[in-house]
Structure formats: C-alpha cells, structure tokens
Design a protein around this ligand. Sequence first.
Ligand code: KIV
Length: 272
Amino acid sequence: MSKAKKEYSRITTKTLAEMKAKGEKIAMLTAYDFSLAGIIDKAGIDVILVGDSASNVMAGHETTLPITLDQMIYHATSVIRAVERALVVVDLPFGSYQADSKEALRSAIRIMKESGAHAVKLEGGSQIQVSIERILQAGIPVMGHLGLTPQSIYKFGTYSVRAREEKEAQQLIEDAKMLEKVGCFSIVLEKIPAQLAEQVAKSVNIPIIGIGAGGKVDGQVLVLHDMLGMSKEFSPRFLRRYLDLNESITEAVSSYTSDVKRLDFPNSKEQY
Ligand code: KIV
C-alpha cells in the first residue's frame, strides 16, 4: 500500500482542502472506463476526472461538444465501479447546463444519482454563476474550470494559451474568486500563463488544479491517454509522456498477428 493510501482512506473534497492547507500537491488524471480507473486508483491517484475529453479520446470526435449526458453517465458509472479511494469528478457535457439553471441542476442530479459520482465540473465563470449556485444548493460539490474551456472552442477559434491579455486575466481572477465565494471546492485552470495561475492559487483558499498552467498551483491534471503516450500526434508543451503505449501496443499486436499467422499461437500448453 502506498504512503498516500495510508494517510487518506477515501479522498473527499475536505481532504483536498487539507492538502492545500498543508502544501501537499494534488494529483489528478482522467479515466473513462473500469479497467484503467481501477489501475490508477490502486496506484494512488487523488482525483479521477471523468472528463468530456472522452469525446476525443474514446469516441474520436474532433471536439468535446458531441458527447452527451447519457454517454458521460455511462463512462462515470464504469469508473465508479472500479474506484475505492479517489474522488471522482464528472464533467457536465456541452448542452447539459448552458440553457438555464434548472437544466443544469437536473443534469448534475442525473450524474450523481445514476453514476454514483462524488462531484461535477462545469466550464465557465460569471456567465454560469446562477447554475453553479443552484447545483451547490442541492448539496452537489462543484469543481470550476477556467482559462481554456474546450466547450467554447468555436468562440475562441483556437486551442492556444488563454488570458495573456490583461483584461482576460483580470476577468479570470474575478471568476476564480467568485467560484470560491459561491462554494466550489476546487478549480481547474487550463492553458494560461504560469504567473497568472500562481496569482490565482495565492488569492483563493480552494485548491487550484492546473493543466498547462505551470507548477505553482496546488495540483496537476493530465488526460490519462496523453500521459501514457497513446497518441503520437498530440504534443503540447505541457504534456509529459510517462509511457510510449502507442509503441508498446503496436509491437504487441504485431507480434500476436505474426504468431497467429505462423501457427506459433496457441502452442500445446495454451490449449485444453
Ligand atoms: O475533459 C477533460 O479531460 C478536462 C481536463 C483537460 C481538465 O476537462
């Protein structure tokens, strides 16, 4: 059992607040299925995000927009079945919360009730404040998401770094303060200058989890398939690859194919 596992039996939103207070960094990864969620939970990850990046990674869409609430619930349910320790946060997908706060609450309730998840994440600041408040009032923990918010990709027109300009940076700081004030337990900051992320982490008491936001925040998140090296194409500066799974899978599948074709598999010990 890892050191982290001994110290915290089940990670809750309160555990994350304690970690920030102690200066202990939070490690978060995405997962969308039972098998990988079980592995990363046992390996000691603190937070598992059932991200709407499933739309890209699992379904092969170009953006996160097409994934539906039902599909997110399917992924979340599979993850929850495997997880014993990590806090599981689920993205509200595009179109499930933007219309009004009633719809946002209904979507969040469906995720919590049908999947057994522990919290939800929504992209945006002041424009969705009422929806966030309504979800929080129902007792559902909310993680915010500011900076590059991929559900708005057609508004931004690019996946490049956000909030380089003073006006956008100021708005982001205000949004982070608002998210803390209304009761969010944490905020993801995606692809913003490291200095700005550090400033945000210092100006709020809730944990700031960064992706492409530098090291002076309270934790880091990466898309699991990216850090495992599943894809060769996606190579942003912030991504560190811990495995070359693409290469390993290619080698394994090509060995298997050749073994089958040259009648090497199965051998006499691999049959009944
Ligand atoms: O959907 C996702 O994977 C995310 C992370 C990039 C934070 O929102």
